[in-house]
Ligand binder design. Structure first.
Ligand SMILES: Nc1ncnc2c1ncn2[C@@H]1O[C@H](COP(=O)(O)OP(=O)(O)OP(=O)(O)O)[C@@H](O)[C@H]1O
Length: 483
């Protein structure tokens, strides 16, 4: 290819690259751009060319623009910009996170004619990074991931799937045995998605007769059937803009399956007794503990509906498949139920924890939670012992069923929060209330110490008291509860 041909194809090459490209003259007036820049900024070529480059409101340009001397921008003082992260404002007012490179263009005599800038759009990357940071924060918090507790790889994978599902509008199906947290997962998808400020509507498909279910889902008009005294909006309409959670989808009657399929395909509903189509914008999240493939083979579930709802499947593992999460879950339920009960129970004994670990949990996390509700009723001691747990659990573990003759020392082997609180108190005591020193002892930052003091309601008071003419230093903790 000769130089002339290269010239001919140059425009095509420039417009093929994914990065935005812009040439400005020595006054900062835009003289050329490529297609990618139009796409990134939302401005057309005609709107940009001839305009000042400040139209893009690049944050670093606003900082480096100099107001004195002939050079209007530090770039023209000869300082190239290399892979600087910056933010532009699109035509519609939204922000573009970008990496920018810029350098001067000179003529044959070395005179500055202008500058060229390339802009790599990293908005998606930054958004994902922010989202990851938010998820990490969620995981660190006591409440787990939107209330779902677990830190094993199996549960982390579930959190990742939930986070991905939340980013899309595609139908999600949550599969798993009863009590594995399917409803919690559905709520987490709603809460972490763009529809979180719109309704989350739950319908248990197994709880209604066929005719009532249709009216519940799609609404009805007055006179549609005996007892329909007035028009009524269905759950799909109430969920408009948000998410509808159809629990026990495997129990949906065949006739309703056809109607649901139509809603998913056409995004319109018709109230029972009326043929007027009503558009609805609802994302459908379904859940079941039944084997849909088997139901399809038996002819009780439509295969076409299955394909429609099975776009993003999320499998929740049974508790026996992630037993390493039991101490964490037990700790959380112990505290949650303990807060309501106000009984002076200090923790879970090692034997009780061993019994929990040995059990096979057919009722999954729901059964674990119920075991703690039970234990808080039966336990009259300082620690929960195996015999305070429901009979199936301690019998299964072969743990002693009678109280230990010697009471165990009051300790809380699995109480993460309490251990952290005691460590904090010790560190503050040893550092005479100095938060920086306490932070050093604990190997955390001073802000973390301050945060923990706030969380545990710990105030370190230092009082100088006069004692017999001399001074005595009195230090005291003011503790308000453990959380
Ligand atoms: N990973 C978890 N972390 C905290 N709580 C959980 C978890 N999994 C389940 N739970 C709790 O267990 C109970 C049952 O959860 P959920 O109703 O979401 O289960 P499900 O799978 O929808 O059950 P079903 O199929 O019977 O409707 C709820 O009280 C829920 O808060």
């Amino acid at each position: 290819m000769n130089a002339h041909e290269v010239d001919r194809y140059w425009k095509t090459v420039v417009n093929t690259i994914r990065d935005g490209l812009m040439i400005v003259d020595e006054r900062g007036v835009i003289v050329a751009i490529n297609d990618a820049l139009e796409r990134i900024t939302g401005y057309s070529r005609a709107e940009l060319i001839g305009n000042d480059c400040s139209v893009l409101h690049c944050d670093i340009c606003e900082n480096i623009r100099c107001n004195d001397g002939p050079q209007w921008c530090t770039l023209f003082k000869g300082k190239p910009v290399k892979a600087r992260q910056c933010i532009f404002v699109r035509k519609d007012g939204s922000l573009v996170h970008a990496l920018k490179n810029a350098c001067l263009l000179r003529d044959d005599q070395g005179e500055v004619m202008g500058a060229v800038e390339t802009i790599t759009d990293i908005t998606e990357l930054i958004e994902k990074e922010n989202q990851l940071a938010a998820y990490a924060q969620q995981l660190r918090s006591d409440d787990g991931f939107h209330g779902i507790i677990g830190s094993t790889p199996a549960m982390r994978r579930v959190f990742e799937l939930i986070a991905n599902a939340a980013r899309s509008d595609a139908p999600v199906i949550i599969l798993g045995e009863s009590g594995t947290g399917k409803e919690l997962a559905a709520r987490a998808i709603h809460q972490s998605g763009d529809r979180s400020d719109k309704p989350f509507v739950k319908v248990n498909c197994a709880a209604f007769t066929e005719s009532l279910l249709e009216s519940e889902l799609f609404g009805h008009v007055k006179g549609a059937y005996t007892g329909a005294y007035r028009d009524r909006m269905g759950r799909f309409e109430s969920a408009d803009g948000g998410d509808i959670f159809l629990d026990e989808i495997g129990d949906l009657p065949l006739a309703t399956q056809i109607k649901l399929l139509r809603v998913l395909e056409e995004k319109i509903i018709e109230r029972v007794g009326d043929a007027t189509p009503i558009p609805v914008n609802v994302r459908v999240i379904t859940a079941t503990n039944r084997n849909l493939t088997e139901l399809i083979a038996r002819g009780t579930f439509r295969e076409d509906l299955f394909f429609r709802i099975n776009v993003i499947p999320i499998h929740l593992p049974p508790l026996r498949a992630h037993k390493e999460d039991i101490p964490l879950l037990a700790d959380a339920f112990f505290h949650r139920i303990g807060l309501k009960n106000r009984k002076p129970i200090h923790g879970i004994s090692n034997d009780a924890m061993a019994a929990l670990m040995a059990y096979h949990w057919p009722g999954n996390v729901r059964e674990l939670k119920s075991a703690f509700e039970y234990a808080f009723v039966t336990c009259q001691e300082a620690m929960i012992q195996p015999h305070h747990l429901p009979p199936d659990i301690h019998a299964n573990a072969g743990a002693p069923t009678t109280p230990q003759p010697k009471p165990e020392p009051v300790r809380k082997p699995f109480d993460r929060q309490e251990i952290q609180r005691l460590e904090l108190l010790e560190a503050l005591e040893a550092s005479d209330g100095n938060q920086s020193k306490a932070a050093e002892r604990l190997g955390v930052t001073r802000v973390t110490v301050w945060n923990r003091m706030r969380r545990f309601g710990v105030q370190y008071k230092r009082t100088i008291a006069q004692v017999d003419g001399g001074e005595e230093r009195v230090s005291a903790f003011d503790r308000r509860g453990t959380r």
